[in-house]
Design a protein around this ligand. Structure first.
Ligand SMILES: Nc1nc2c(c(=O)[nH]1)N(C=O)[C@@H](CNc1ccc(C(=O)N[C@@H](CCC(=O)O)C(=O)O)cc1)CN2
Ligand SMILES: Nc1nc2c(ncn2[C@@H]2O[C@H](COP(=O)(O)OP(=O)(O)OP(=O)(O)O)[C@@H](O)[C@H]2O)c(=O)[nH]1
Ligand SMILES: [Mg+2]
Length: 455
């Protein structure tokens, strides 16, 4: 395979930049552009060693830097890898890259280092995908779950199930194809047991999916309530800066304002919406419709009320609607600095999660954080349960699960083993596609196209 190189650090001014080279000619290429001061020659450097030296273009000095050498198969890609660390300027970094390209390397495609790692058996497809999740992780839970998948826990679980199914398929095929051979019959109880086990593993993983998405993408949250109760003030409090316009005029927010906020280790994708009320104003009316739509779609609702006035029919309608939806919710009784006109007990019928704050008071942010951490507790939100990270994986699991279920039903209906075999075969195929053991080139290309160059 060709030798490729890319800038593996962000192309921005920084302390140092790393240009990574992988492939057969990695060492000879590095030797052309790097002259070590601290050892005899690049060619003689062993794996996991580094040298300080000069990066040069013929007799012109380009920079001084550090070269790290990995020797195949003991590297990230499984090939010879050389990493040149130069000073972190944009021009100098690009110049070192160009030198490598002029000395026997081709430019690496997006994700090519990780793809090579996979082709060389260092990573499965699910582990490769988790590399990307590690890079994208914004909080402790997201990182923990990406690490688990990268270390192979998802791959391990699926691999075991697939192994069982493939073994079963082998027995079934032998039995169906060579009935005269007097092979031991595949016991129906053993068959049911294997399918049942595969069903329970895939079922658990599918159930974990929503949690996984929460951890990865943030919790899709709507801030809802009547006009003027302080939704935008609360939005700004949670963000830590003034994003939404706040005025004393009811009907200020019209568009949906979206922004992510981190509370503790949890990431919320917040939508501040127009106050819901009947209105003749054309623009506000559209805003109210958008607010109602977002409220229907979201997974978590922060319901805001102004406690200086008595709840009216509009407040009660919101409380009823959210309760009926069964969504997780937090009731925020706002304007606690003003004289209260309501009894907190009134709201207890609608949610067990209630905080009483003044959104104008920066210190009250911690009360919201404590409340949401209670709602999304680590048990609810278990980074230790292996989560699979994306829609591709979910799709494969759904297919496998559906076929396994159909196989059991076929057994129940007394259908032939041929029919059952076909369904188990489909299920095994989907699982092999999930781990990448039987993924088409197109699937693999699609996965790696989402990577950055240099990864
Ligand atoms: N400088 C640098 N830092 C980096 C990377 C890199 O490529 N270069 N990585 C790139 O993303 C990650 C580390 N990934 C790596 C994975 C495997 C091996 C490696 O040498 N594997 C050997 C030894 C395994 C063992 O003994 O456990 C092997 O597979 O044989 C190196 C780096 C994060 N940090
Ligand atoms: N006293 C007091 N006033 C508040 C508090 N929170 C918000 N306000 C005021 O209430 C008014 C309305 O606040 P907004 O945040 O714009 O209310 P909103 O719910 O976004 O209103 P719309 O966008 O019109 O639906 C502003 O004058 C805020 O300063 C609070 O905790 N205490
Ligand atoms: Mg507003």
């Amino acid at each position: 395979m060709s030798t490729v190189c890319a800038i593996s650090t962000p192309l921005a001014e920084g302390g140092i930049s790393v240009i990574r080279i992988s492939g057969e000619n990695a060492v000879s290429c590095a030797a052309e552009v790097f002259k070590p001061f601290t050892c005899e020659s690049v060619e003689k450097m062993q794996g996991y060693t580094c040298a300080y030296g000069q990066i040069h273009d013929g007799d012109k000095t380009v920079d001084d830097g550090v070269l790290t050498v990995f020797r195949a198969p003991h590297s990230y890609t499984g090939e010879d890898v050389c990493e040149i660390s130069c000073h972190g300027g944009i021009y100098v970094t690009k110049k070192v890259l160009r030198l490598c390209l002029e000395n026997g390397c081709e430019p690496a495609q997006a994700g090519e280092f990780t793809k090579r790692a996979m082709l060389n058996g260092k990573l499965s497809l699910t582990q490769a995908e988790a590399v990307m999740d590690t890079i994208a992780a914004q909080g402790e839970y997201a990182l923990a779950s990406a690490n688990l998948t990268r270390q192979g826990s998802l791959f391990g679980q699926i691999h075991e199930v697939t192994g069982d199914l493939v073994k079963l398929l082998g027995e079934l095929a032998a039995w169906v194809d060579y009935p005269e051979e007097d092979l031991p019959a595949v016991e129906e109880t053993a068959l049911r047991e294997s399918i049942g086990k595969a069903l329970s593993v895939t079922g658990k993983l599918i159930a974990d999916h929503d949690n996984g998405m929460l951890i990865k993408q943030g919790i899709d949250t709507v801030i809802a309530g009547k006009p003027n109760v302080g939704k935008s003030t609360l939005m700004n409090l949670l963000l830590g800066y003034d994003r939404s316009i706040v005025t004393e005029i009811a009907g200020t927010t019209r568009d949906v304002i979206e922004e992510s906020a981190k509370l503790g280790e949890l990431v919320f994708r917040l939508s501040d919406t127009a106050g819901i009320r009947d209105t003749e104003d054309k623009v506000e009316k559209i805003g109210v419709e958008m607010a109602e739509k977002r409220l229907d779609e979201c997974m978590f609702v922060i319901e805001v009320f102004d406690t200086s006035v008595k709840p009216d029919d509009d407040d009660i309608a919101l409380l009823e609607k959210v309760k009926a939806s069964g969504k997780r919710s937090l009731i925020v009784l706002n304007k606690s600095d003003l004289e209260s006109a309501v009894d907190e007990g009134f709201f207890r019928d609608y949610s067990e999660n209630i905080v009483c704050i003044s959104a104008k008071n920066l210190d009250d942010r911690s009360q919201i954080q404590a409340a949401v951490e209670k709602i999304f507790t680590p048990e609810n939100y278990d980074a230790n349960s292996t989560i699979f990270a994306n829609e591709r994986q979910k799709c494969c699991l759904d297919k496998a699960h559906a076929n396994l279920k159909a196989a059991l039903e076929a057994l129940d209906m007394g259908e032939t083993l041929d029919a059952v075999t076909v369904m188990i075969d489909f299920a095994a195929d989907s699982l092999l596609e999930l781990t990448g053991e039987k993924a088409t080139e197109a699937v693999v290309a699609e996965v790696f196209s989402k990577f950055c160059v240099g990864k």
